[in-house]
Design a protein around this ligand. Structure first.
Ligand code: SER
Length: 583
């Protein structure tokens, strides 16, 4: 049985429209690195905005949760997972929602009712105990013994600290060969949660105030990996049909069986799958030392270290081989996996090359360190050396230390890390000043900010935004661009936030000289292509912008300060104008 297809078909038969999975890297929301739940992209609609597809929706959604990345390696947790969900946006509520879940589990998946139990919200001082939900369960044949009432910590759902929220009812499955106990005890680990139906009727604002939403919604989420394990009768998710071929590939490459090497194999499988999905996302994330890029780097490097433990030749293309197995599994479900297959393989190859250059030496350095250590702590200088010279993410050093009964002076490491960053920033600013005698420092900054603004508008407003003009003084920048509408406040805010995020990331600005033809082929943006000579300079800012340009530019975006839009107005027909400053 194909659970994804069965789920979607079932909910379509109940009048739901299937919506595509939102990107893993949230669009226009720099406050979170990854989508962590199916409901996240739907927040505006849960708050009352009209959804173009109607009031009944369903999907399978890509999610990444990293609360405890370094404990991944067990049988049931994954850094990436798929969540099946159905939503009512002010349409049906508790009775239908519970009814649909029950019907899907017992009729379509044919799970025996005796194996099911539920928790229901016990209420608190503001919200009464959810007898409505409990009664629906009773009417479907769930006995009182199998209904547990739990409080806010367990049965109230909110993504983070604020936003749409509400009490929920969670469905559990008895996953054990043992006789099924009559009375359901949610703390008994043989009962595993398989589905969560949230009745989203409130909004919690930033100050913690709870108000009713204009409409009553349902938001459900079912973890695909877990339910497949239930249906296939295994307690180790990696023994399901989802992972079988991937684990077999790792067995083949390493020449070792899964039994006995489970942890490293699970880590490799899990991390490469997540790396495939992060790098395939249209956001174009590449391994780096900040944000999503850093997570991607950590996942890949941790997988490589575990491959080494399995004595896999890490200079081989083992990651690409495993990735191909993963791509095969998902490309029919996620278009970007198919489209960006080569991007993914390239990311894995390049990051592998980079890490392999220093890995061996770093591991030797680590063993040497162990021998000479006279305390149980790896000090900040050694931790920093492993990071800076050998490319070991600090978390990797920590994990290796733990395996040897040691700890790391993390606070000391952070101090050193910060001091080092400031030093290199000043150094690059100084060098740059020397080379650019004729152009004012502030104008140069505005020039680089113009490229960032151009890229941010493309990302947030429309990919059809193009530069129509630019004018820079030492007081401000002015940027004209093609756009068919007045920017909304939300768009302005998001553009500003994105430019500032890129500034914070301290992205490197690099220049390459090439033929105009190659520049265009490489995707570099140009205002009037015919205006340029045959050989042009192409300026890139990290991965976010690439433009044909005469320069000059700063060397790192961190030099720009804070970017602020002060005005947005019409310039001429179909052309808008932004005035902005750097503070
Ligand atoms: N938002 C809820 C969850 O993530 C249900 O989808 O569990």
């Amino acid at each position: 049985m194909n659970l994804k297809n069965e789920f979607i078909e079932f909910f379509k038969s109940k009048g739901h429209v299937q919506i595509p999975s939102a990107p893993l890297i949230p669009e226009n929301d720099p406050s979170v690195l990854f989508n962590t739940a199916g409901m996240q992209p739907l927040i505006p609609y849960l708050m009352g905005k009209k959804h173009p597809e109607g009031t009944r929706l369903c999907d399978y959604q890509k999610c990444v949760r990293l609360t405890d990345l370094d404990s991944i390696g067990d049988k049931t947790h994954h850094t990436f997972f798929e969540m099946l969900g159905n939503w009512s946006l002010g349409d049906y509520f508790k009775k239908e929602s519970i009814g649909y879940s029950f019907e899907f589990l017992t009729k379509v998946l044919k799970i025996p009712v005796e194996r099911l139990a539920v928790t229901v919200f016990a209420g608190n001082e503001d919200i009464p105990r959810d007898e409505v939900a409990a009664n629906v369960w009773r009417s479907l044949g769930i006995s009182d013994n199998r209904i547990a009432y739990l409080g806010v910590e367990d049965n109230f759902w909110i993504a983070g600290d604020s936003g749409p929220c509400g009490g929920d009812t969670e469905i559990f499955y008895f996953r054990s060969e043992d006789p099924i106990p009559d009375k359901f005890d949610p703390s008994d680990e043989r009962w595993v949660e398989i589905w969560n139906n949230v009745f989203m009727e409130f909004n919690k604002d930033k100050d913690g105030k709870i108000t009713e939403l204009p409409q009553k919604n349902v938001d459900t989420g079912m973890g695909l990996e877990r339910v497949v394990a239930v249906l296939e009768g295994v307690t180790d998710n990696y023994e399901t049909s989802i992972w079988k071929d991937i684990i077999a590939k790792i067995e083949e490459i390493s020449g070792k069986p899964y039994q006995g090497n489970e942890i490293s194999m699970r880590i490799i499988a899990d991390h490469i799958r997540t790396a495939v999905f992060i790098s395939a996302d249209y956001a174009g994330i590449k391994p780096s030392n900040t944000d999503q890029g850093y997570i991607l780097r950590r996942l890949i490097r941790r997988a490589i270290r575990h491959a080494k433990k399995l004595e896999i030749d890490t200079n081989s293309n083992f990651m690409e081989q495993i990735a191909l197995e993963i791509i095969k599994k998902y490309e029919d479900y996620y278009e970007e996996i198919k489209t960006n297959k080569n991007v993914v393989l390239e990311v894995l190859k390049n990051e592998g090359l980079k890490f392999n250059r220093t890995l061996e030496k770093g591991l030797k350095e680590f063993s040497k360190l162990l021998k000479n250590l006279d305390s149980k702590i790896i000090d900040k200088d050694n931790a920093f050396k492993l990071y800076d010279t050998y490319g070991f993410p600090i978390e990797l050093t920590e994990e290796m230390a733990k395996e040897n009964g040691l700890s790391v002076d993390i606070e000391g490491f952070k101090e050193k890390f910060k001091a080092h960053q400031e030093l290199s920033r000043t150094a690059s600013a100084g060098k740059f000043k020397g080379g650019l005698a004729s152009s004012g420092e502030i104008e140069t900054k505005y020039h680089t900010a113009t490229h960032l603004l151009n890229a941010a508008l493309k990302k947030i407003v429309s990919k059809d935004v193009h530069q129509k003009g630019s004018n820079i003084t030492s007081e401000r920048m002015r940027f004209d661009f093609s756009c068919d509408h007045k920017l909304t406040d939300e768009e302005k805010r998001s553009v500003e936030a994105l430019v500032n995020e890129w500034i914070m990331e301290d992205l490197p600005v690099t220049m390459e000289t090439m033929s105009k033809k190659d520049a265009v082929a490489s995707g570099a943006e140009a205002m009037f292509i015919e205006k340029y000579a045959d050989i042009v300079n192409v300026y890139s800012i990290g991965d976010v912008s690439k433009e044909i340009c005469g320069g000059p530019h700063v060397q790192h975006t961190g030099e720009l300060g804070k970017f602020k839009i002060i005005k947005e107005e019409a310039s001429s027909a179909g052309v808008r104008r932004i005035k902005a400053i750097l503070e």
